[in-house]
Design a binder for this molecule. Structure first.
Ligand code: FES
Length: 145
């Protein structure tokens, strides 16, 4: 019997909290968008994605929340860069986040420059829209606090 768990017809769900605090549940099909930033822009009309997904601008900065919400500690860009270097931030993200793609070098550099990163920060443009983010909760943080 064929495995239909990855069928293109299957609907997945995420919750997105926008910059104004409004919370939205969004259903999507696997790879319906190139990345999470495009989904947020197209489905929720949030004004993010200035660099069109190149991981340069930081406007698509999101915090990944789970059922055990990540402590709302705000780190400076310098602290994030230091934590990324020590591997601590990736460990924290791994503990709290769904098993999505690892960060690229560009993503690490851009997050390291933002003033409002937290241990579970990611760039939405670097997150694929697939089964790995099913049921995840994302808070849009943008590039300012
Ligand atoms: S769209 Fe610019 S960093 Fe994601």
């Amino acid at each position: 019997m064929p495995d239909d768990s990855l069928s293109v017809d299957r609907l997945y769900t995420i919750t997105v909290i926008l910059l104004d605090g409004q919370q939205h549940v969004v259903e999507f099909r696997r790879h319906a968008y190139n990345n999470l930033m495009e989904l947020i822009v197209n489905e929720l009309y949030e004004n993010i994605g200035d660099c069109k997904g190149h991981a340069w601008c930081g406007t698509c900065h999101v915090e990944i929340l789970t059922n055990e919400t990540v402590a709302g500690e705000t780190l400076t860009g310098e602290a994030v860069a230091s934590e990324i270097q020590s591997g601590e931030i990736l460990e924290n993200a791994a503990l709290n986040a769904p098993p999505i793609e690892p960060m690229t070098r560009d993503e690490v550099m851009t997050l390291g420059k933002l003033p409002n990163t937290v241990p579970s920060s990611r760039l939405a443009c670097q997150i694929m829209v697939d089964e790995l983010i099913d049921n995840a909760v994302f808070r849009v943080r943008g590039d300012v606090s």
